[in-house]
Design a protein around this ligand. Structure first.
Ligand code: PZK
Length: 301
């Protein structure tokens, strides 16, 4: 996949990198050199579905997810320190930009699963286990697991798919001690997330988090990136949870349903690009992000 949008021109910052839905900038110092200790993380309004970038963008998506992530960092602060420095950012990215500590990022995607679906379900059907953890018999798509399971993957470049990592591969990459801590923290973050979310009508099936280490070599793991957002996690509406088939997505279901409906009839297996989303689908999707934020935090967006 190519990122076709040009990065923003932010005075005082230089563009470093763009992912599918977020962009990274480095602040410039007085001499115009990139700050080596800070980054500006910007959540865009871009939306992907079925591995395609949708057009148009979803208004306020970046700001909603940024505020949700900041709220979660606070909810998790007793479990793990985080990279947030400040939300004082240029007006052009107000509300969706966060200034963060630049860390040495671990080369592992830290994923935990609380419910069985997707790649975890496939592995369970083949082997009866997920990432080396033997599971009870009889689980189906959407079953709740007895406890969250750590299912790490490699970090593939943009457009390529991440691959599962076996426990010994994670240990070879991180060392035995850090590997154990990443596993423990990732599962604890998802468990805490679900304790809070379940009371508010949302199930968090699985999540991907990123950790880094301070470049000065002091201190332990720091939670980075975004956390427990619908982009990094599968959110499911709790009242529609029914194991035995794929669950509706809290945030993307309007988009998926419209894309594959007879109204439009996009055949995603044919390989052609998806159509422009109509205004009503954009608005319904924006409303789901806002609803998730407001239900979880109890605050008005
Ligand atoms: C970092 N990413 C992923 C996020 C993108 C890519 N605190 C940090 N220190 C150093 N590196 C990163 C972070 C964070 N967070 C995160 N890549 C590097 C990413 C957003 C947009 F394009």
């Amino acid at each position: 996949m190519r990122v076709t949008d040009l990065p923003l021109e932010l005075p005082g910052y230089t563009h470093v990198y763009s992912g599918k839905v977020r962009d990274l900038y480095a602040p410039l110092d007085a001499e115009g050199r990139p700050d080596e200790e800070r980054l500006l993380l910007v959540a865009s309004n871009r939306l992907s579905a079925y591995d395609w970038m949708m057009s148009p963008e979803i208004p306020d998506k970046g700001a909603v997810l940024t505020r949700l992530s900041l709220w979660w960092f606070d909810q998790l602060a007793d479990l793990v320190p985080n990279h947030v420095v400040s939300t004082d950012v240029p007006d052009a990215v107000a509300g969706r930009g966060v200034l963060v500590r630049r860390l040495d990022m671990l080369k592992v995607e830290a994923i935990a699963r609380a419910y069985l679906t997707g790649g975890g379900l496939e592995e369970y059907r083949e082997k009866g286990s997920v990432s080396g953890v033997v599971l009870p018999e009889g689980l189906v798509d959407g079953s709740r697991l007895p406890e969250p399971v750590f299912t790490p993957t490699t970090k593939a470049p943009v457009g390529e798919h991440d691959l599962p990592m076996a426990p010994d591969e994670v240990e070879a990459e991180l060392g035995v001690e850090v590997a154990a801590e990443v596993s423990r923290l990732t599962r604890a973050i998802l468990a805490r997330g679900n304790e809070i979310a379940a009371e508010r009508g949302i199930l968090i099936a699985d999540t991907k988090v990123e950790f880094g280490l301070s470049p000065d070599g002091t201190g332990g793991l720091v939670l980075a990136d975004e956390v427990l957002t619908p982009d990094s996690s599968r959110f499911w509406p709790a009242e529609q949870w029914e194991p035995g088939h794929p669950q509706p997505s809290y945030d993307k279901q309007f988009v998926r349903d419209w894309l594959t409906s007879s109204e439009y009839g996009w055949d995603r297996k044919a390989g052609g690009p998806p159509p422009e989303l109509p205004g009503h689908v954009v608005e319904q999707t924006r409303a789901k992000y806002v609803e998730a934020y407001e239900r979880l935090t109890g605050e008005t967006f």
